[in-house]
Design a protein around this ligand. Sequence first.
Ligand SMILES: [Fe+2]
Length: 219
Amino acid sequence: MAKTTAKPAAAPKAASKASAAKSASNGQAAPSVQPILNQQFNAPAPLQKYGTVSQRLPIGLDEKTRQQSVTNLNQLLADTITLRDLYKKHHWQVVGPTFYQLHLLYDKHYEEQSALVDTIAERIQILGGVAVAMAHDVAELTSIPRPPKDREEAPIQVGRLLEAHQIILKNCHDFAKQADEAGDDGTNDLAVSDVMRLNELQVWFVSEHVVDTPLARAE
Ligand SMILES: [Fe+2]
């Protein structure tokens, strides 16, 4: 967002060039355009408050239904962002004889969860809501337990990932049912076809690493 000001305090070089340009019609200097900085302390009222739902898009759903779906989807979004980042943490920090396999698998799942994050967030916007986005807000909202900053053994990583998947899947079953009963077929479809299917598939791939097999000798 940029604002037109008559007398900027200190115009950057590019803006100075623009202000030096003369209007073809009257010969007056064109006003320079400056970005509004210092937003942390000087932001105007937001376009839409987080937690509210706009009815602007005509998608045939009432406000109560949209509100319920947006609330549920923001929970799924915060948990999916957290799981996505848990995969990247483990991709970097994995150690042990299965390093290469897990290193690649974790990054594949990270990319898939990342695409899912976008799908969920855009559904929230379509419903007229405001998608949670920043790490601070995600940390407050997520129901997935915070892992330590430390490097952990592969079996611990696997356990953390499977627990996170299960939290998402349990919520997802509940949210899909609520969306179905409210008539929000789009959200129901997203919860089942996108969130549930992907999480179940990833649970399978990660779970198959839960083995107790000697690597150097046959039993
Ligand atoms: Fe990488």
